[in-house]
Design a binder for this molecule. Structure first.
Ligand SMILES: [Fe+2]
Ligand SMILES: [Fe+2]
Length: 323
């Protein structure tokens, strides 16, 4: 993957470091909300990507460039502060069993449903927009959580390993969930290459994957990472069924639907594994992590709403322009 083009001073600074141009002083991180700031989110995404697949013609040493790490810390601090502020007043069901609380939270999600729109009346272009934007997340599906595995122990570690085995294809490379997503992109006539749509990725799309990386790369936030994962899995099965039906309605080939069909069954099981076997066991072993598990869960619900609004606003403003 090539280093993406800059979208403002922060991403320009990171890009300059990566391509070997003298970047000068790092710009200040803005005070305003980072979630919708595409420059800040792209800069953060580039710093994280160095830990995943990296970029063509960029030295692997850039992963530990002190200037990049310093800017990332500032971006992360601001991003985390803002996520904590926005989720602070959320109501959390009262239950001593954290697994039940997580499943109740997922059940209570009442934001706009992008899946319902895709099922019922999205156009072919809107479905393709959805598939390409989500490729930023799904082509590295489960990779953030693999970084957390070494930070857990006992029953929670065993349960996460079991989940990852499933997500990584259960021993069959062709069934890797990220590979199923690449197959879906190819069958839809889109580019299946990792990072192919990074130049088109919206601020919210980038934020939705950055939050997973931030939780995974900071050991302190391991509870938030697993709480986020619990909601991610528990809000997947029904939407995947709806998206599959939307793909069928629009005449997309079977190979596009396979990824979503796989998740209808798999995530109905995974939600219980993550809520009870990972988060429940984690909190039983380390009770202090309970608040962060719930923080991660609330962040996932918040990001899901933002992602849905991001698509709906874009599509509905296209409609207004067209009419
Ligand atoms: Fe999956
Ligand atoms: Fe899953």
């Amino acid at each position: 993957m090539q280093v993406p083009h800059a979208r403002g001073p922060l991403s320009a600074w990171v890009r300059d470091v990566l391509v070997g141009v003298d970047p000068g002083h790092a710009p200040d991180v803005p005070e305003d909300a980072l979630t919708g700031n595409e420059d800040a989110q792209l800069a953060l995404w580039m710093t994280y990507e160095l830990h995943y697949r990296g970029f063509d013609d960029v030295s692997p040493d850039a992963e530990w460039d002190l200037g990049i790490l310093a800017l990332r810390r500032q971006l992360e601090r601001r991003f985390e502060e803002q996520l904590r502020a926005v989720t602070a007043s959320a109501e959390v069901p009262l239950d001593t069993d954290v697994g039940e609380v997580l499943l109740d939270l997922a059940q209570s999600a009442d934001g706009p449903s992008i899946a319902l729109r895709l099922q019922r009346d999205a156009t072919v272009d809107q479905m393709r927009d959805y598939l390409s934007q989500r490729s930023i997340v799904q082509l590295k599906e489960s990779d953030p959580h693999s970084f957390v595995l070494g930070r857990l122990d006992g029953a929670a570690k065993v349960a996460l390993a079991e989940l990852q085995y499933d997500e990584y294809g259960g021993g069959r490379p062709g069934r890797l969930h990220a590979a199923l997503y690449a197959q879906a992109l190819r069958a839809a006539g889109l580019d299946p290459q990792y990072g192919a749509y990074i130049e088109q990725a919206s601020a919210v799309t980038l934020a939705s994957v950055n939050v997973m990386s931030m939780f995974a790369f900071n050991r302190r936030l391991r509870g938030a990472s697993m709480g986020h994962l619990a909601i991610f899995e528990a809000t997947s099965s029904l939407p995947c069924r709806r998206i599959s039906r939307g793909l069928e309605r629009l005449g997309f080939p079977e190979d596009v639907r396979a990824y979503f069909d796989e998740h209808v069954e798999a995530d109905a099981v995974h939600e219980h594994v993550v809520a009870h076997d990972i988060c429940g066991c984690m909190v039983a072993a380390e009770p202090d992590l309970r608040d962060d598990v719930l923080f991660g869960a609330l962040v996932c619900l918040h990001m899901d709403d933002l992602v849905a609004c991001d698509f709906l606003q874009r599509w509905d403003s296209d409609l207004q322009v067209a009419s």
